[in-house]
Design a protein around this ligand. Structure first.
Ligand code: HEC
Ligand code: HEC
Ligand code: HEC
Ligand code: HEC
Ligand code: HEC
Ligand code: HEC
Ligand code: HEC
Ligand code: HEC
Ligand code: HEC
Ligand code: HEC
Length: 317
C-alpha cells in the first residue's frame, strides 16, 4: 500500500492561505479536543497506534488524493486531524491511571455531539455537495453525516445504487417493507436508489424530493405521462401519488386501491359514472351489464392518465 508522505503540520502553509478550508472553519468549541495542538507528524503519528485495516482503508478513499490540495491528504492538508480534530494531546503517552484525551468520534451513537461531527465535514463541503443541508429534516433531526457515510471505506455503501437502500433502512424501517411488496419500484433489484427521487442532503421540496413536486419527480423517468394532453384527468396532473403508492403496493400498477374502489373514492355512486362494485351497489339500470362483468373501470376508461384522441373526453380511447 502506498501511504502519502506525512507532511509537517502546515502552519506556514495555512498562514499563507494555502491550507485546507478547514483551517479557516476551525474546530468547533464543543469538540472534545478544541484548542489542543496538532500532532507532530500527522498521519504517521496516528498510524503508530492505529494501524488496523479498517482505519488504514481511508487511504483508498476520495479523501486521500495527494495531488488535490482540497482533500485532507492533499498537500498541506491536516490529514486525519482534518476530520478528527487536533491530536497533539491524544497522541501523547498517557500516564498510569489517567485517561487518553478524546478525539472527535463519528457516528450516530458517538459521544461527540452531532453538530460538532458535522461541522468538521461541512467545513469543506457546505459550499458544494451539501449546500441545502440546513433546510432538510436530517439536519433538523440531528442525523450525522457519518450515519450515512462510511469515510474509512473505499466503497462507501450509500454512494452505490445496490447498497444505498440498506443504509437508509437502518432508520427508515417502514420503507423497507414498502419496497418488498409485489408491485414496487425496482429498488430491491438495484435499478433505482432512494436518491433517484430524494435529495438526502436537504431541499425545500416536500418529502425531500429531488424536484419541486411529486409529479416533476415522476416525469424524470416517466416523461410520457407529462402533458399537456387534449383531455386531461385532473388528479393525474395534480399529484401522481393520489393514486400510486410511490414506493410499492400489493396492487398491480402500484395503485393504492384496486380498480373500481380507487376510482370510486372520487367518482360518485349515483348512476353511471357511478355504479358500485357489486350487485347491491348497482343503481337501477344505469350501469351497462358488461361493466359488472368487466369489473374494472379501466376496461373502458383505459386512458386514465389522459387522452390525446379527438373523442377521448371520457378517457376511453
Ligand atoms: C499512542 C497511541 C495513540 C496515538 C499516537 C493516537 N491514538 Fe487515537 N487512540 C488511542 C487509543 C488507545 C484509543 C482508545 C481510547 C479509549 O478507548 O479510551 C484511541 C482512540 C481514538 C479515536 C476514537 C475516539 C476517542 O477519542 O476515543 C480516534 C478517532 C482516534 N484515536 C484518532 C487518532 C488520531 C487522528 C491520531 C493522530 C493524530 C491518533 N488517534 C493517535 C491511541 C493512540
Ligand atoms: C479538508 C476538507 C475535507 C473534509 C474535512 C472532508 N472532506 Fe469530504 N471531500 C473533500 C474533497 C476535496 C473531496 C473530493 C471532491 C471531488 O473529488 O470533487 C471529498 C469527497 C467526499 C465524498 C465523495 C466521495 C466519493 O467517493 O466520491 C464524500 C461522500 C465526502 N467527501 C464526505 C465527507 C464527510 C462525511 C466528511 C466528514 C466526516 C468529510 N467528507 C470531510 C474534502 C473534505
Ligand atoms: C441520509 C443519508 C445522508 C446523510 C445524512 C449525508 N449524506 Fe452525503 N450523500 C448521501 C447520498 C445518498 C449521496 C449520493 C447522492 C447521489 O447519488 O445523488 C451522498 C453524496 C455525498 C457527497 C458526494 C457528492 C457528489 O456530488 O459526489 C458528499 C461530498 C457528501 N455526500 C457529503 C456529506 C456531508 C458533508 C454530510 C453531512 C453534513 C452528508 N453527506 C450527510 C447520503 C447522505
Ligand atoms: C474524511 C474524514 C476522516 C478522515 C480524513 C479520517 N477519518 Fe477516521 N473516522 C472518520 C469517520 C466518519 C469515522 C466513523 C466511522 C466511519 O464512518 O468509518 C472514523 C472512525 C475512525 C476511528 C474509529 C473510532 C471509533 O469510533 O472507535 C479511528 C481510530 C479513526 N477514524 C482514525 C483515523 C486515522 C488514524 C486517520 C488518518 C490515517 C483518520 N481516521 C482519517 C472520518 C475520518
Ligand atoms: C440515522 C437515521 C437516518 C438515516 C440513516 C436516514 N434517515 Fe432519513 N430521516 C431520518 C429522520 C430522523 C428524519 C425526520 C423524521 C422523519 O420524517 O421520519 C428523516 C427524514 C427523511 C425524509 C423526509 C420525510 C418527510 O416526511 O419529509 C426522507 C425522504 C428521508 N429521510 C430519506 C432518507 C434516505 C433516502 C436515506 C438514505 C440515503 C435516509 N433518509 C437515511 C433519519 C435517518
Ligand atoms: C420513485 C421515486 C421514489 C423512490 C425510489 C423512493 N421514494 Fe421515498 N418517497 C417518494 C415520494 C413521491 C414520496 C412522497 C409520498 C407522499 O407524499 O405520499 C416519498 C416519501 C418518502 C418518505 C416520507 C414518508 C412519510 O410517511 O412521510 C420517506 C421517509 C422516504 N420516502 C424514504 C425513502 C427511502 C428510504 C427510499 C429508498 C429505500 C425511497 N424513499 C425511495 C418517492 C420515492
Ligand atoms: C429514476 C427513475 C424513476 C422515477 C423518478 C420514477 N420511476 Fe416509476 N418506474 C421506474 C422504473 C425503472 C420502473 C420499472 C419499469 C419496468 O419494470 O419496466 C417504474 C415503474 C413504475 C410503475 C409501474 C409499476 C408496474 O407494476 O407496472 C408506476 C405506476 C410508476 N413507476 C410510478 C411512478 C411514480 C408515481 C413516480 C413518481 C413518484 C415514479 N414512478 C418515479 C423508474 C422511475
Ligand atoms: C386517477 C388515478 C391515477 C393517477 C392520478 C395516476 N395514475 Fe398511473 N395508473 C393508474 C392506474 C389505474 C394504472 C393501471 C394499474 C394497473 O395496471 O392495473 C396506472 C398505471 C401507471 C403506470 C404503469 C402502466 C403505464 O401506463 O405505463 C405508470 C408508469 C404510471 N401509472 C405512472 C403515473 C404517473 C407518472 C402519474 C402522475 C403523472 C400517474 N401515474 C398518475 C392510475 C393513476
Ligand atoms: C382523486 C380523485 C379522483 C380519482 C381517484 C379518480 N378521478 Fe376521475 N376525475 C376526477 C376529477 C376531479 C375529474 C374532472 C371532473 C370534471 O372535470 O368535472 C375526473 C374526470 C374523469 C373522467 C372524465 C369525465 C369528464 O366528464 O371529463 C373520467 C372518465 C374519469 N375521471 C375516470 C376515472 C377513473 C376510471 C378512475 C379510476 C382509475 C378515476 N377517474 C379516478 C377525480 C378523480
Ligand atoms: C363498459 C364500459 C365502462 C365501464 C366498465 C365504466 N365506464 Fe364510465 N363511461 C363509459 C362510457 C362509454 C362513458 C361515456 C358516456 C357518455 O359520454 O355519455 C363513460 C363515462 C364516464 C364518466 C364521465 C361521465 C360524464 O359525466 O361525462 C365517468 C366519470 C366515468 N365514466 C367513470 C367510471 C367509473 C368510476 C367506472 C368504474 C366504477 C366506470 N366509469 C366504468 C363506459 C364505462
Amino acid at each position: 500500500m502506498k501511504l502519502p508522505q506525512a507532511l509537517p503540520r502546515g502552519l506556514l502553509l495555512i498562514g499563507l492561505g494555502l491550507g485546507p478550508m478547514l483551517a479557516f472553519a476551525g474546530v468547533p468549541e464543543k469538540a472534545p479536543n478544541a484548542g489542543a495542538p496538532y500532532s507532530a507528524k500527522g498521519a504517521d503519528t496516528c498510524l503508530s497506534c492505529h494501524d488496523d485495516p479498517e482505519v488504514v482503508d481511508v487511504f483508498h478513499t476520495a479523501h486521500a488524493q495527494p495531488n488535490d490540495a482540497r482533500t485532507p491528504f492533499g498537500k498541506g492538508g491536516l490529514q486525519c486531524e482534518a476530520c478528527h480534530g487536533p491530536g497533539g494531546n491524544h497522541a501523547k503517552r498517557v500516564k498510569k491511571g489517567e485517561s487518553r484525551p478524546s478525539m472527535i468520534k463519528f457516528g450516530r451513537t458517538a459521544a461527540t455531539p452531532v453538530g460538532v461531527q458535522n461541522a468538521m465535514c461541512l467545513g469543506c463541503h457546505e459550499q458544494t455537495a451539501v449546500a441545502n443541508w440546513h433546510m432538510g429534516p436530517h439536519d433538523v433531526n440531528n442525523v450525522s453525516c457519518a450515519a450515512c457515510h462510511d469515510s474509512h471505506k473505499a466503497k462507501d455503501a450509500v454512494l452505490a445504487r445496490a447498497t444505498q437502500p440498506d443504509v437508509c433502512y437502518t432508520c427508515h424501517v417502514a420503507e423497507r417493507s414498502q419496497f418488498q411488496k409485489v408491485y414496487a419500484h425496482p429498488v430491491r433489484q438495484g435499478k433505482l436508489a432512494c436518491s433517484d427521487c430524494h435529495a438526502p442532503h436537504g431541499t425545500v421540496a416536500q418529502k425531500q424530493l429531488v424536484r419541486a413536486t411529486v409529479n416533476d419527480t415522476c416525469y424524470e423517468c416517466h416523461a410520457e405521462k407529462r402533458g399537456p394532453l387534449l383531455w386531461e384527468h385532473q388528479p393525474v396532473t395534480e399529484d401522481c401519488s393520489t393514486c400510486h403508492a410511490p414506493h410499492g403496493s400489493s396492487n398491480p400498477g402500484m395503485v393504492k386501491q384496486r380498480g373500481p374502489l380507487l376510482c370510486q373514492s372520487c367518482h360518485s355512486q349515483q348512476g353511471h359514472p357511478s355504479f358500485g362494485y357489486g350487485p347491491s351497489g348497482l343503481p337501477g339500470n344505469a350501469a351497462p351489464a358488461t361493466a359488472l362483468a368487466l369489473g374494472n373501470c379501466m376496461n373502458c376508461h383505459s386512458q386514465v392518465h389522459g387522452s390525446n384522441h379527438p373523442s377521448g373526453s371520457s378517457l376511453t380511447r
